[in-house]
Design a binder for this molecule. Sequence first.
Ligand code: ZN
Length: 247
Amino acid sequence: MIRMISTMRRSRGTGLLAAALTLASLAGPTTAARAAAQGAAHAACRNGFVGLTYDDGPTAATTQSLLSALRAAHARATFFDLAANARQTPELVLAQQRAGMWIGNHTYSHPHLTQIGEPAAFQEIASTQEVLRLITGRPPVLFREPYGETDDQVRADIASLRLLEVLWTVDSRDWAGATTAEIVAAADTLQPGGIILMHDWAQASIDAVPQIVAHLSSRGLCPGRIVFTPSDVSGAGQIFHAVAVAP
Ligand SMILES: [Zn+2]
């Protein structure tokens, strides 16, 4: 590739055209089509990525319709599942996985981790790793505390299990009864790399999916996956180190 480009740079006039044609024919139609599609994707996501997150699932009544809404919008999201729910409906965890969603740990039974003491807090997190690993074949790498409640002990537990703490930069307030319009408006405030808190059981958040994704698209933003960043991120009254990047 480097040799071809240097050849093109040395060429002039028809020589340059010939080199370009050679390059195009070498690339072939499949590669060219893929490059065009990637170019379109890059343009659509020119301003970066955001993390759509859904907590407290899987939920028998709503997970499937949420997955359908996300799939229809060509969006991937992160689900912070509860092990207690996952054990009752493992097929819904598998449905999340098959739909291309990322699955994180949200504890076994949604306790106030900073109040239950040790070893209970550690066991809530560690047992959920095992439950989700048995269902999906891999242990989660992302973790979100119930209520966003964390402290040094919880963070030590998370670190010992090699989990990344993922809080949020935008709260949809779907848990407080926010309407679909209010949830869409909250998502409109997401900045590149930001993460929005929503819930797997909230019908208003499911109804908001098409508008959230369309508005993001109009702002050059795409739903992405969540990874570690060394930068300090402020949100949920804490500093954390998670950011959304290309899937
Ligand atoms: Zn929760």
